[in-house]
Ligand binder design. Structure first.
Ligand SMILES: [Ca+2]
Ligand SMILES: [Ca+2]
Ligand SMILES: [Ca+2]
Length: 254
């Protein structure tokens, strides 16, 4: 135990780090299909008279689910063109009154915001990767299906913004067009990525830095056979957990 202990102390002394404020990890990855795949119109005419009743108006929703409670901080998506008036990004619950794949259209979105500070990076073929930091981190429960809807805000009634396809994802997407007076469950998934703060596994006391207190917390949890110390999550507490903790600690926090 003595040599192991001195190794811990050595690692702890050499690796006191702080979480970067802007580091992100990709939580859901549905990258764009080659050449955008099947694109879907998702835009509203921002009618100067406020009526917003263009038959051309359309909206696409893409679903996502987390295994455990999760925080989102950034969104990335792909599509055609750059809407002159920015994007509206909204989050919706699954409709609780049906087992069918459907956002809660009756209640509407539980969060909706217009973003004009979106970063657009050309990726060829008139397509762009769009990136935005959400105005505030958003928390989601583990288990339920959610939807994110992204619409381009257009100054004319006849222009479209089209959301690219991803070959990743499941269940396809949900889509509506005002002129068609119908909702559609389509087979193709939309291209998007959901990003959150980088989690730091070895930061056992959750204070954003790695130091001796985390080693101490690991030792206590290990001695108590607390699941927190079961780093190789197999229900047993052995050297492999110690090794995994040391590796995570040595890797540091981004
Ligand atoms: Ca989908
Ligand atoms: Ca810590
Ligand atoms: Ca284990």
């Amino acid at each position: 135990m003595g040599s192991l202990w001195s190794k811990w102390v050595g690692v702890a002394a050499s690796a006191s780090m702080t979480l970067g404020a802007f580091a992100q990890s990709v939580l859901v990855s549905q990258p764009m299909a080659p050449n955008g795949g099947v694109t879907r119109a998702s835009q509203y005419w921002i009618d100067p008279t406020g009526q917003n009743d263009s038959d051309n108006d359309a909206r696409a929703w893409e679903d996502f689910t987390f295994d455990q409670p999760t925080t989102l901080t950034h969104l990335r998506w792909w599509g055609q063109g750059i809407p002159a008036l920015g994007f509206e990004i909204s989050f919706w619950n699954q409709d609780p009154n049906t087992i069918a794949y459907q956002p809660d259209l009756f209640s509407g979105p539980f969060s909706r915001r217009v973003y004009t500070n979106v970063t657009a990076t050309p990726v060829g073929g008139g397509l762009y990767q769009f990136d935005v930091a959400l105005n505030q981190p958003m928390s989601f429960a583990g288990g339920p299906r959610y939807f994110v809807s992204i619409i381009g805000r257009m100054p004319e009634s006849w222009t479209q913004w089209k959301w690219a396809q991803s070959y990743a994802g499941q269940y396809g997407c949900f889509w509506w067009m005002r002129g068609a007076h119908m909702y559609y469950h389509l087979g193709d998934n939309r291209a998007m990525e959901l990003l959150g703060p980088v989690t730091c596994e070895a930061d056992l006391n959750d204070d954003g830095s790695l130091d001796f207190f985390d080693v101490q917390a690991f030792l206590s949890a290990f001695a108590a056979q607390d699941p927190q110390a079961d780093f190789v999550a197999d229900g047993t507490f052995d050297f492999f957990d110690v090794q995994a903790f040391l590796a995570a600690f040595a890797a540091g926090c981004p």
